[in-house]
Design a protein around this ligand. Structure first.
Ligand code: NZQ
Ligand code: ZN
Length: 391
């Protein structure tokens, strides 16, 4: 196991009715003027936004709002939020929604105190050193942004989807997580979220670091739990227990717990970010297409841990033929993804003729000549993975 620092100061307030504690939590972290950020309307329609504004009013906490954040959030909304936040002198960010809303709020939070262009953080020209405090009301378990130190934004000019990772600055102060708020999620969004959280665990799990049995078992156990609860949700979307397990799994999948001491991979995420940037598909659905293709490629090139994954997560029997075990693991994962309604090829994702030349070129321009760590992938390898996903 490698040396590591694990710092996760977010206060999670989990369970039924917990959104009623939003104003109390904002006050606890000294918010006096709040910028509420939300998406395309689900929080308005469910009445959640109105309830939260009422709670802030009752607590005499001033607030302004920025709505209309779209999935795969883009830079213009961040600039709008930075301008609004500065003009209104806000001192606290309150995103109500999922990864897109939270990531926009995070970018605004570090953009407000920064004198330059916030995009500098995404292109590595500067590192965020401070940010306004931020608390989250989560409405979809998926991206794990409620507990992560990351934000992912797409620059419209050039369609560059890039991320910043500075946990010491960007982790939320608190996250309110009421699984009942996820009852309104369409089955498709639920499944996209489930795929994304599984991918977050797998990016950490596929590592060459030795002596990581505890992180491995945490990854495998959490993945098995997600699979069982996901299948329960297909039949019973209003099952509170299943929603609760899935919601918490989304957080531990990405707050760092599962990957401590391991060299992480992240190639599949980088491959996917190009797809959602160019074709504006859901990140989770893009991962459902990329990850099985990545597993299939690895069966041929480095089957060891994929075979372990196949055995321990998908109950593929042990054998000396690691390649065959790995391929069977990929097949079982694909079957599961189909069962929850996910696509596993470009075609099923609605992209008849993906521009693989463009995806490969953008990927390596954005992420360098070699991506991933489990196997370092060059242009030929990433092209092959996109082609497997297109077969
Ligand atoms: O916009 P509204 O109307 O709110 O609708 C949203 C949106 O259409 C809807 N939704 C959310 N909660 C709902 C609901 N609909 C009904 N009932 C509810 N309770 O769901 C749709 C998707 O929302 P979004 O926020 O886009 O989903 P998600 O949480 O999957 O976030 C995806 C974004 O996060 C990035 C992705 O790349 C993508 O841009 N990621 C962020 C990460 C991070 N910050 O650590 C890591 C991830 O790997 C990921 O890259
Ligand atoms: Zn993800």
């Amino acid at each position: 196991m490698n040396n590591f620092i694990f710092y996760s100061p977010t206060e999670f307030v989990f369970g039924k009715g917990t959104e009623a504690r939003t104003a109390e939590m904002v006050a606890k972290f000294h918010g006096t003027k709040v910028l509420i950020v939300y998406g395309g309307g689900s929080a308005v329609k469910s009445g959640l936004l109105g309830r939260i504004k009422g709670l802030l009013d009752e607590a005499h906490i001033a607030h302004v709002e920025l709505g209309g954040v779209q999935p795969n959030p883009t830079d213009p909304k961040v600039y709008e939020g930075i301008e609004l936040g500065r003009r209104e002198k806000v001192d606290f960010l309150l995103p109500i929604g999922g990864g897109s809303v939270i990531d926009t709020a995070k970018a605004i939070a570090c953009g407000i105190p920064y004198e330059g262009d916030f995009w500098d953080f995404f292109i590595g020209k500067a590192v965020p050193e401070k940010a306004l405090r931020l608390g989250v009301v989560l409405t979809i378990p998926a991206a794990g942004s409620e507990g992560s130190g990351n934000t992912v934004i797409t620059k419209v000019d050039g369609l560059r989807k890039l991320s910043v990772r500075t946990p010491e600055v960007l982790r939320p102060a608190f996250a309110i997580m009421n699984p009942e708020l996820t009852f309104t999620l369409p089955a498709w969004q639920t499944a996209c979220g489930i795929t994304d959280m599984m991918a977050h665990i797998m990016e950490r799990y596929f590592s060459n670091t030795e002596d990581v049995d505890v992180p491995d078992r945490m990854c495998e156990g959490t993945l098995k739990g997600i699979v069982a609860e996901a299948l329960r949700l297909v039949k019973e979307p209003h099952n509170y227990g299943a929603r609760a397990n899935i919601m918490w799994a989304g957080t531990i999948a990405h707050n760092g717990t599962c990957g401590v001491g391991c060299e992480e991979d992240w190639a599949s995420h980088f491959l996917e970010h190009e797809i959602s940037a160019v074709y504006d598909v859901s990140h989770g659905a893009g991962l459902a297409v990329v990850f099985p293709a990545w597993l299939t490629y690895m069966a041929e090139h480095h089957a060891k841990k994929v075979a372990q994954f196949a055995n321990r997560v998908w109950d593929v029997p042990e054998s000396d033929d690691k390649r065959a075990m790995a391929l069977e693991g990929a097949a079982r994962m694909k079957a599961f993804l189909h069962e929850i309604g996910m696509p596993t090829t470009f075609k099923e994702l609605g992209i008849e003729r993906p521009d693989i030349d463009l995806l490969v070129r953008k990927l390596h321009e954005n992420k360098g000549e070699l991506v991933g760590n489990y196997v370092r992938l060059d242009r030929r390898a990433t092209r092959e993975i996109y082609e497997i996903a297109n077969s």
